[in-house]
Write a protein of this length. Structure first.
Length: 495
C-alpha cells in the first residue's frame, strides 16, 4: 500500500505554488468537493443548509460550495460572519457570483433548525487564538444538533499542531484538501474533526513527492510481519530482556515482559531490580528471571519500566549510576522507556552517549518525559507535537514515538508518521509498558527499527480499538487486556 501523505504547512505551500491552472482553480475544485460532501451528509428534512463563511480562502471555498448547492436545488443560507468583501480575489468573485444568482445571505444566525452546518469560518492559516466574534459563532455551531461539515479543518483548530486556539468547532465530518494535515490527526484534532476525508484536488502525486510524513494505518503496517514458517523454533524469534521493576514497581517490568512474550519473542528474560522481586511469574511462568548481567546477552533490551526515579538530579540510584550506562554502552538493540528516559533527562553524559550509539535505539516517551528530555515541559511538547518528536529524534539519533492522541513516530533522517489507531482506553496504567514490550519483541523477530516501532504503535492502538468494540472500555480497560488483544490482532494480520 502506498503511504497516505501528511503535509506540513511549508510542504503544502510548495504543492499549491506548483499547482497547474489548466483545469478548474483550486478554490472552485474545493468548493464543489464540499458541496458533494454536503449533499451526502444533509438529511432531507426540508430545512436549509447553513454555510458559515469567513473572510479568508476557507470562506471562499464556502461561497463556491453554497453556489454549487443552489445549482442542485438545495435550500442554502450563507452566514456572512465578517460582512466585508473576502480578502482573496477568487473568494470575492465567489461571493459576488452567489449574490448575483439570488443566493440568500444573512449576518445573523437564522431562526429555526437547519439540516446541516458547513463550517467555512476559519482555515489552515489560523495563527492566533480565535477572537470573541468568531468564538461566539463557533459556540453556536457546537450547540446545535445538526451535523457539521468542516472545510479543510474545523475552525479554531491549529492545522499545524492539533492545538485548539481558544475554541474550536466539533465537526461531524471534515473534508481536507490536497493532503492530510498534522493537526487533524494529533493533539485535539481527533476530537474536533469527526470522520476525516481527503480530496486531493488532482494534486495527490505532487503531495506524495514532497511529503516527509504519512499516516500510520493497519493497511500499511499489517503486512510487515510475515506469517511464520512451519520449520521454525523459538531461537528464530530472538530474545528480549526487560530491565526494571524496582521495589514497589515490579508490575511495570512484568507487564513489559509479558507483552514481549505475547507479541512473539522467542525467549523473554526479566531482570528485576527490586528486593521484593518474585523468583517466578505465576501468571506467565514462561518468563525467565535473570540477573542484569545475564540480561545483557539478550538480542534486545527494554530498559526503564518501573526502574525507579531518583528524587533529584543529585540523588542517583544504582540503575542510573551503573546499570543504564552499561546498557547504553553495549552493542545491543535498546528500547528505552519510563525511568530510563527520566535518568537520561537528568544526565547530559547519558544523553550524549545515546546519540553516539551505533546499535538500534528506540525511545518511547509520553509528553512529560519528552519535555524533560528537551528541557521544556509537557505543555510545551503538546503545543508542537511533531516538532518535539522530530527534535528528539534528531538530537538522540534514535527512533522516537511521542505517545498520546495521534502518537507520532519520528526518525533521525527527518521522516515521521502519525498513528491512526487507538482510543482513550490507552490512557491506563501500564499501557506504555505494554507498548515497550511489543516494540522489543518485534525487534527480536527481525523487523528494522522504523518498522518495529511503527508496527508496535499501530497494533497497540488497534488492540485497544478491538477491546472497546467488544465492550472492554474505554473506561476501565487494563494494560493486560491490551497485551492479550494485541496478540490476537498480530495473528490476524499475519494470517
Amino acid at each position: 500500500m502506498t503511504p497516505i501523505p501528511v503535509l506540513t504547512t511549508d510542504e503544502l505551500d510548495a504543492v499549491e505554488a506548483g499547482a497547474t491552472t489548466a483545469s478548474l482553480p483550486l478554490m472552485e475544485r474545493a468548493g464543489r468537493a464540499i458541496a458533494e460532501a454536503a449533499r451526502a451528509l444533509a438529511a432531507d428534512t426540508g430545512s436549509a443548509i447553513l454555510v458559515v463563511a469567513g473572510p479568508g480562502n476557507n470562506g471562499g471555498d464556502a461561497w463556491v460550495a453554497a453556489a454549487a448547492l443552489r445549482e442542485s436545488f438545495h435550500r442554502v443560507v450563507v452566514l456572512d460572519v465578517a460582512g466585508t468583501a473576502p480578502k482573496a480575489a477568487e473568494a470575492r468573485a465567489a461571493r459576488v457570483a452567489f449574490e448575483q444568482r439570488g443566493g440568500s445571505i444573512t449576518r445573523e444566525w437564522p431562526a429555526g433548525g437547519v439540516a446541516l452546518v458547513v463550517d467555512g469560518l476559519l482555515g489552515i492559516g489560523l495563527a492566533r487564538d480565535v477572537d470573541a466574534t468568531y468564538a461566539a459563532v463557533i459556540a453556536r455551531i457546537n450547540a446545535g444538533i445538526a451535523p457539521v461539515l468542516a472545510i479543510d479543518v474545523p475552525s479554531g483548530l491549529d492545522s499545524r499542531t492539533g492545538a485548539i486556539r481558544g475554541s474550536a468547532v466539533r465537526a461531524t465530518r471534515t473534508v481536507t484538501f490536497i493532503a492530510h494535515k498534522v493537526g487533524l490527526h494529533t493533539g485535539d484534532g481527533p476530537d474536533c474533526c469527526g470522520e476525516i476525508a481527503c480530496d486531493e484536488l488532482g494534486l495527490g502525486e505532487a503531495a506524495r513527492a514532497v511529503a516527509h510524513g504519512h499516516l500510520l494505518t493497519p493497511q500499511l503496517a499489517s503486512h510487515w510481519l510475515r506469517k511464520r514458517a512451519r520449520n521454525t523454533n523459538k531461537g528464530d524469534f530472538g530474545t528480549v530482556a526487560v530491565v526494571g521493576g524496582n521495589r514497589g514497581m515490579v508490575g511495570a517490568a512484568l507487564l513489559t515482559a509479558r507483552a514481549a512474550l505475547l507479541a512473539g519473542a522467542g525467549r523473554v528474560y526479566a531482570a528485576l531490580l527490586g528486593t521484593d522481586a518474585p523468583s517466578v511469574d505465576l501468571l506467565h511462568p514462561e518468563l525467565m528471571m535473570r540477573s542484569v548481567d545475564e540480561a545483557m546477552r539478550a538480542d534486545v533490551i527494554v530498559a526503564g519500566p518501573g526502574a525507579g526515579q531518583s528524587p533529584s538530579a543529585t540523588s542517583v540510584s544504582m540503575f542510573e549510576r551503573t546499570v543504564l550506562p552499561n546498557l547504553i554502552a553495549s552493542d545491543r538493540a535498546l528500547v528505552l522507556d519510563a525511568d530510563a528516559l527520566n535518568a537520561i533527562a537528568y544526565s547530559e553524559s547519558l544523553a550524549s552517549d545515546i546519540a553516539r550509539r551505533r546499535a538500534t535505539t528506540i525511545l518511547t516517551p509520553h509528553p512529560a518525559e519528552a519535555g524533560r528530555l528537551l528541557g521544556t515541559d509537557a505543555k510545551g511538547v503538546q503545543a508542537d507535537r511533531l516538532g518535539a518528536a522530530l527534535l528528539l529524534a534528531r538530537q538522540s539519533k534514535a527512533c522516537v514515538v511521542l505517545k498520546g492522541a495521534g502518537s507520532i513516530c519520528a526518525f533521525p533522517d527527518g521522516g515521521w508518521s502519525i498513528n491512526t489507531t487507538g482510543n482513550p482506553g490507552l490512557a491506563t496504567p501500564g499501557s506504555g509498558d505494554v507498548l515497550a514490550g511489543i516494540v522489543g519483541a518485534l525487534l527480536a523477530q527481525g523487523l528494522e527499527a522504523e518498522q518495529a516501532l511503527q508496527y508496535a504503535v499501530c497494533v497497540h492502538g488497534a488492540a485497544a480499538d478491538r477491546c472497546v468494540a467488544r465492550g472492554l472500555g474505554p473506561v476501565g480497560l487494563t494494560a493486560s487486556e491490551i497485551a492479550l488483544e494485541a496478540r490476537d490482532v498480530m495473528n490476524r494480520w499475519c494470517a
